[in-house]
Design a protein around this ligand. Structure first.
Ligand code: HEC
Length: 142
């Protein structure tokens, strides 16, 4: 391979990496926020509450996992941000929807919300979920 071809290939690889590389300081902040504000319901290991697909006696849903076994990764970044900031209220849920997911807009800054979502997203590492998520994010921008 000539030197210029090698350079082009290397730039391609680097660009692919930087677009995707999480900021370690942001992830560390997110881990702290998660432990303090989310783990009680969504689980210390992001595993969610037991039988999270079945409604509780009061008709509400338990907290789903945030790891790859849940459906958090199916949602575009903007929606995850809005749900975390405002809770499961309209327009992110049907009007009058009752949910135990609190809004954190009064307790967390926008940066902290972005950090905790980055921390959660850092657990989505399988090829399958990363590819599917790239597609979801591409579609959300259109
Ligand atoms: C008091 C319990 C509780 C706490 C604390 C809590 N959640 Fe939730 N969360 C829930 C429940 C319950 C749901 C499911 C709501 C529903 O569908 O009705 C949920 C759903 C969500 C969803 C939507 C997931 C999806 O796939 O639809 C996101 C995103 C979320 N929570 C993020 C967070 C973050 C981030 C924190 C911490 C900053 C947090 N939650 C703290 C109970 C909680």
């Amino acid at each position: 391979m000539t030197r210029s071809l090698l350079l082009i290939a290397l730039c391609g690889v680097l660009a692919a990496c930087t677009a995707d590389t999480p900021d370690p300081a942001q992830i560390a902040t997110g881990a702290r926020v998660y432990e303090q504000h989310c783990a009680a319901c969504h689980g210390a290991k992001l595993e969610g509450q037991p039988n999270w697909r079945e409604r509780l006696p009061n008709g509400r849903l338990p907290a789903p996992p945030h790891d790859e076994s849940g459906h958090t990764w199916h949602h575009a970044d903007e929606l995850l941000f809005a749900i975390t900031k405002h809770g499961m209220v309209a327009p992110y849920a049907p009007p009058g929807y009752e949910s135990d997911m609190p809004g954190f807009g009064d307790r967390l800054t926008d940066e902290e919300i972005r950090a905790v979502l980055a921390f959660i997203a850092s657990h989505w590492t399988s090829r399958q979920v990363r590819d599917a998520r790239a597609e979801i994010l591409r579609n959300a921008r259109h």
